[in-house]
Design a protein around this ligand. Sequence first.
Ligand SMILES: Cc1cc2nc3c(=O)[nH]c(=O)nc-3n(C[C@H](O)[C@H](O)[C@H](O)COP(=O)(O)OP(=O)(O)OC[C@H]3O[C@@H](n4cnc5c(N)ncnc54)[C@H](O)[C@@H]3O)c2cc1C
Length: 397
Amino acid sequence: MTGTDAVSIASLGDDGEAFRALARNWLKSHVVGEFAELRGRGGPGDEDVGFDVRVEWERLLGAAGWIGLGWPTEHGGQAATLAQQIIWAEEYTRAEAPARVNHMGENLLAPTLIEYGTPEQCARFLPGIRRGEVRWCQGYSEPNAGSDLANVQTKAVLDGDSWVVNGQKVWTSLAHVSHWCFVVARTEPGSQRHRGLTFLLVPMDQPGVEVRPIEQITGGGEFNETFFTDARTERSLTVGAPGEGWKVAMGLLGFERGISTLAQQVGFERELRTTIDLARDHGCNADPVVRQRLVGAYTGLQLMRWNALRSMSGKGVPGPEASISKLFWGTWHRDLGELMIDVIGPYGLIAEAFPYELTLEQKLFLFTRSDTIYGGSNEIQRNVLGERVLGLPKEPS
Ligand SMILES: Cc1cc2nc3c(=O)[nH]c(=O)nc-3n(C[C@H](O)[C@H](O)[C@H](O)COP(=O)(O)OP(=O)(O)OC[C@H]3O[C@@H](n4cnc5c(N)ncnc54)[C@H](O)[C@@H]3O)c2cc1C
């Protein structure tokens, strides 16, 4: 099979094993050369590694039809079943294929456009994502609107057929390598909280958008400050009705907190296996406390998987119960990062190279601290569950 042959899964029907063989063979014949050199690389805290090669890899995946696998066929997807999407994620991880570069486009914006966008918006933006050519970032958080997202102060006003956007976003992951940003902006002057917000699609390549990198504790800079100064976008690039952006923004967060974590979890399994190997290598796999923590991690991984499957098997936009999944995986992954460094012992304190080159394990340990923050912090997830699932009294404001 050449790099540009598109796979077709329609003829496979429900035959999971045939689909697995297709996915496995494709990955085996394509994770070669420069892609094989990036086996297992580019994940959390390691995003800067081999970026250009991973962009090429994304295009190859797109040409072969592996991007948007589960999207409906009318949007150019392959309408893969839930089981097939899981198999693809499993095989992808087994092959240690390079980490993807457009999670936010494929897994967050695309399902949001399919749910809330116009046919024209879908026709304009989904193909670029599907081909692996157009990358997206998420412009939600601001200096005073993180957990309290309804406090968004970035403004957009109409000027003819354009929105003019002014304000500052922060912690914008991969903004420096993105072509477009989905931005939550206040479009009704004087509006409060979640009213009067609008969900806009804004091109990054224009004079009114400035991206300033923020160096992270891992040594890399996957997120940024993003400044909009009279930045412009077309009026037609409003997703949902003007003033009703909160609903769209929350719908997207539901995809972020629930469905899109499945592939990530297969990666978690690999990290757990690495942790077990490290425990063996460092002679602590017989330590009763380490064994207990390893088994606890394994059990948690299975629970997490079943919970994600449950969220995915529901139809439409995930509800507040998606917070269970985010709370659970964020905490689990942070704990795994700690366990990984603990089994390495004192060697975990020694960097790879001067002045600040960290080992993959150290990067993972440090980056996983953020898993309980982004996509809504643990405290916020507990608030959502308490108030919207359990019906407990609202937190005093
Ligand atoms: C690695 C990483 C990548 C990110 N990528 C993006 C991105 O691409 N796009 C984007 O828009 N944002 C992104 N973020 C931002 C992320 O969504 C915010 O950091 C998060 O929502 C928390 O907001 P904050 O940082 O402003 O903290 P704050 O909201 O100031 O919270 C500070 C602390 O107070 C707690 N707290 C706040 N309010 C309450 C409450 N009501 N009840 C109980 N506790 C509370 C929080 O849990 C937290 O511990 C990213 C963050 C990280 C760490």
